[in-house]
Write a protein that binds this ligand. Sequence first.
Ligand code: NAD
Length: 424
Amino acid sequence: MSKAIVSSLYDSEVFRMACRQFDQAADAINLPDTIRDRTKYPRRCLAVSLPVKRRDGSITVFEGYRVQHNLSTGPSKGGIRFHQDVTLGEVAALAMWMSWKTSLVGLPYGGAKGGVIVNPNELSESELEHLSRRYMQEMVNFLGPNTDVPAPDVGTNEKIMGWMMDTYSNHVGHLSPAVVTGKPIALGGSQGRREATGAGVAYLVKKYLEDMKMPVADASVVIQGFGNVGSETAIALERYGAKIIAISDYTGGIYNHRGIDIKKALTYLRTQKTLVDFEGGEPISNNDLLELKCTVLVPAALERVITETNAAKLQCRLLAEAANGPTTNAADKIIEARGDIELIPDVLCNSGGVVVSYFEWLQNLSNYYWDRDEVMQKLFAILDKAKSAVDTQKDKFKFSRRLAALTLGIQRVADAKAARGLFP
Ligand code: NAD
């Protein structure tokens, strides 16, 4: 009998949610006590203070984190989030989900995540660069191509990954592109990485709609969050012929039952920075948007937006979790009991991002670069395999699709830990 002696360091709603998901999956596969807690809890974390000189000469100290959940199956992998609501518990939950995701899709990685408590929209470009470089500088002995490899997440992007890579490279004394993924192409970024997560979401949506005998060309789609993942999902689904009827960002949403012109929305966003006053439809709140009647609902912003309050009111046929952790445990139960909504769980749905990050890392390590078609072809082959494994597991054990995906990911991590033994 093992007993975890774990403090409340990570305690938060979202960490408890990730733990409840783990417990349910571990019970379902009878994970032995001897391996359960070792698989469940994060391996280690680092919290850092990040002083940044501001435009007015003052200094602000930001707080940053990195949580490495699992390193048993390879270097840990996971994005870095810049957002004002970041907590250590949230970062730990996101790191945990990365472990199950990389294992589910068969990548030679563990799971990690990073975050800084900051609203990046309030920083100048130079302040943002200083913050990003300082974060990497503080993490320099904790990260590396064979240890832990970050990538972009909410509030971070290619440019920030470029600054972080440059900072790390200066520290080690040579170019080290494989230390982060999601970099600009000019710095060793991969073709297709920018659109990978959204393209993967759209590909899986198309595949699941085919299974449901509902052509993607007839689908209406609602997307919450119009950043990297949300906008790339919209672009790819529009290309497949679907109609995007609502989109949103942190300021609110736009609804147009005839379909939103995604190109126009992106052009507007580039100049105006938010969707406020975009004239492609009527304004709608982020809450109302989730309850719109549609074929596909894609939460692509933050965690815990589908809750026991709105789960019974959803009017979609397919819920594609592009965001990490968008559905609470209570909402999960309601959706399962309803039985009229197919769900693509986050660890499968948004895995295209980490798959192409893996391709980027491989290209950096081998100094041999692939073209976009090769990247996309290999991405879709991996997604097909993961989808088929999840659906086989679901049918074999009569699991929900989330439970099927989690049990596959968790089992692989647990097997690796058991095979490695306990050191010392
Ligand atoms: P991003 O910063 O590019 O975009 C986030 C979007 O969400 C923005 O449009 C922002 O305005 C919006 N948003 C923020 N708060 C909101 C709120 N309260 N209500 C509605 N919208 C809100 O981030 P991203 O990289 O697109 O990440 C989105 C989600 O996808 C996150 O859950 C992230 O963990 C997940 N994800 C990202 C990747 C990746 O490759 N970037 C990979 C896998 C999963």
